[in-house]
Design a protein around this ligand. Sequence first.
Ligand SMILES: NC(=O)CC[C@H](N)C(=O)O
Length: 378
Amino acid sequence: MSSAVLVLEDGRTFRGTTFGATGRTLGEAVFCTGMTGYQETLTDPSYHRQIVVATAPQIGNTGWNQEDGEAASAQDPNKIWVAGYVVRDPARRTSSWRATGSLQEQLEAQSVVGIAGIDTRALVRHLRTRGSMRAGVFSGDALGTDAEMLDQVVGQPSMLGADLAGEVTTDAGYIIEPVGGDARFTVVAVDLGIKTNTPRMFAERGIRVHVVPSAASMDQILELNPDGVFLSNGPGDPATADANVALTREVLDRGLPLFGICFGNQIFGRALGRSTYKMKFGHRGMNIPVVEHTTGRIAITAQNHGFALEGEAGEEFDTDFGRARVSHTCANDGTVEGVELLSGRAFSVQYHPEAAAGPHDAAYLFDRFTSVLEGVDK
Ligand SMILES: NC(=O)CC[C@H](N)C(=O)O
């Protein structure tokens, strides 16, 4: 272990030791409050270009396994997408019957630069006060004077305006067949950074999923004869996703059922005429309470987002596709967590009903979408 330093764009530095690979990494510093599920977090494509800070003080005790990778579209579902990892106290020993190695070994093998041994509580309080910001982790030959390192940190592009879905999407379309044979329905999932568990949630409900690249055209989608369309989660600024918004508008024009999550919620909202904005520090974790306004029910949800749709709790509005409403908001800060057409044919949420990792409170949304498919005459 040698020394490493985390440099934030406002000039604050945290000195610690190397964790994983040695070298340099740049990205947006964000914090995740999950107590578990670090393997799923590290492999989630939505974290592309972000340096993730774990608020849980000890990380790595269950090592690394061959089952929990969420990087669906990479050659290896265990591909680590985060730009860097910041922890306080790495586990010195791996303890899980599923583990095939340690977290440290995996970070090194995939050349992911991290830092350990810093006061992550002070860092998270700083990010909560000042907001997520550009950062860098430096160690080994990459170490320089504070001024030299800060120059590199502020020289990188901001997450605002970053168009990243094309960097994480699948190169070619692929199919996930339903569990137990015959498909009741076919859904085309637009891969903006889709996680491994999402097609599984459809497959468990008798749905065949065609996962298509983020740049798929409406014609390519229609050739697959879908009963509905799904918009996945993904990295970057939703304000850049104009092509996906245009595609969504075509899907809605045709009256095809639509379901979106996270980035997909932002794109659906934009297709309904709403705009998005960058949040101060976003929502990342597995314990975020969301209110559903039609039922008053609260779900504890898994989340990972830094942008949000404009809107108010329960608000109804006119769109080119009929009347719509803000269906869900966050119980912590009132931000929009879901929108839907009043017709019920299209809806989306800002969180992760597929969990992986996280609570399963919101899994019923996959059942709701299946009911929408059941009700549609093709
Ligand atoms: N998980 C996601 O889909 C994130 C969406 C978007 N990149 C955001 O940060 O808000």
